[in-house]
Ligand binder design. Structure first.
Ligand code: SF4
Length: 396
């Protein structure tokens, strides 16, 4: 390929020079998809030379679908008073956790709607109840749920996060980022957090030592420039705090939403955008392939387009499947896909420590970037630290 502009970006990648926004935009418009994939794979290989693809066994527990925020892209929520609305009692949640653990699950992804009655006491009771009953990692809420809780309880953000943490919240998923550009947010979710608010919650989580992931839902009303803007803002916050453990992108699913007239993007756009995110966001370690929206085959291809993680077995998933996208996969399928792509599958926890088939920690993963940027230790929640201590004792 004789393309000096592409060659100049490839040279930057080879030399480990940071790409700028113009580079990312150029790549998003570039027709040579395999060449972009090879570049992203090169960066993946530098970061993860062991040729391992990780995944986690967890369960999405959507504690309520009652929501007052009415996002246009969402097929999951029900308005307060709707006959299809639900709010799981604690016993139902405990039972789901017990089933998860029996299958070797190590965490729950606990997310729900913006229920008008969920203030801080409700969340504290939820987290404390879970922790008193079961030893499980709570990867929970999203910036918009945290802000909603603060509004219901009339509490400042820092206090909300401190109290949630004290009650048992172990880490925060990056849900609700969609595209971090307010023009887009005002169209698809005008009642939800705007970009600065989403980033502000993540910043505060990181300041308090709480690790989070970052996400991007694309392929709806955003422009390519706005995808790059989303990546820029994510990279900037990571420069500041180092708190994101992973970047997870997926494509908008239209069925049953208020945006059925929006044409959904396909596998090529997904792969190109995922690869460009790996290339541009050079300060996040882990990038996750999305089989939930793209199917397991495209996710397998993404493993050679810069992704080093194939996500979660997800014993239960309700939000994306509400839009008719029921692409759940079991452990065998995920491992087979990783092997077919040329990688060794390894189970992990939220911190990318390797775990065994029972979910017990086996190998610690260090993240010096987080320690350097945040000033926090590379520590784990107490339950995981106890497991590591027991491992060390057993090893003599
Ligand atoms: S995406 Fe979340 S906040 Fe928006 S309507 Fe759905 S449940 Fe509510």
């Amino acid at each position: 390929m004789n393309d000096p502009a592409f060659a100049s970006i490839a040279a930057k990648v080879a030399d480990g020079v940071r790409l700028d926004e113009a580079d990312a935009l150029f790549l998003l418009r570039h027709p040579d998809l395999p060449a972009i994939g090879r570049l992203a794979d090169r960066v993946r290989a530098r970061r993860h030379p062991a040729r391992e693809v990780t995944y986690i066994v967890d369960r999405n527990i959507n504690y309520t679908n009652v929501c007052v925020t009415l996002c246009k892209f969402c097929a999951f929520y029900r308005r307060p008073g709707d006959a299809e609305g639900y709010d799981h009692p604690l016993e139902v949640i405990y039972e789901k956790i017990r089933e998860t653990k029996e299958l070797g699950g190590t965490q729950i992804l606990l997310q729900g709607g913006h229920h008008p009655e969920y203030g801080i006491e409700r969340y504290e009771a939820l987290f404390r109840g879970i922790k008193d009953n079961e030893s499980i990692h709570i990867h929970g809420l999203s910036p918009s749920e945290i802000l909603h809780c603060g509004k219901v309880s009339k509490l400042p953000l820092a206090d909300v996060i401190r109290r949630m943490r004290a009650a048992g919240l172990d880490s925060v998923p990056g849900g609700g980022a969609e595209i971090l550009v307010d023009r887009v947010r005002k169209i698809i979710s005008p009642l939800k957090t705007m970009s600065d608010e989403w980033l502000g919650v993540m910043r505060e989580c990181h300041h308090q030592g709480l690790r989070t992931t970052a996400t991007m839902m694309f392929g709806h009303v955003e422009t390519l420039e706005e995808r790059v803007e989303h990546m820029r803002r994510t990279r900037e916050l990571q420069d500041e705090t180092g708190g994101f453990t992973a970047f997870i992108s997926w494509t908008f699913q239209a069925p049953h939403t208020e945006m059925t007239d929006v044409a959904m993007v396909g596998g090529f756009d997904y792969l190109r955008t995922a690869a460009v995110s790996r290339l541009y966001i050079d300060n996040i370690e882990n990038f996750q392939a999305s089989f939930v929206t793209q199917g397991i085959d495209v996710a397998g291809v993404a493993l050679n387009f810069g992704m080093n993680d194939i996500g979660s077995v997800m014993i239960e998933e309700n939000v994306v499947s509400a839009a008719n996208c029921e692409c759940l996969a079991n452990i065998e399928e995920l491992e087979k896909t990783a092997r077919a792509a040329g990688f060794t599958p390894r189970r992990r926890n939220m911190f990318y420590d390797r775990v065994d088939e029972q979910g017990r920690v086996a190998e610690r993963h260090h993240d010096p970037y987080w320690v350097e940027r945040s000033g926090h230790a590379d520590a784990r929640p107490a339950a995981i630290e106890r497991e590591f201590a027991a491992l060390e004792t057993a090893a003599g």
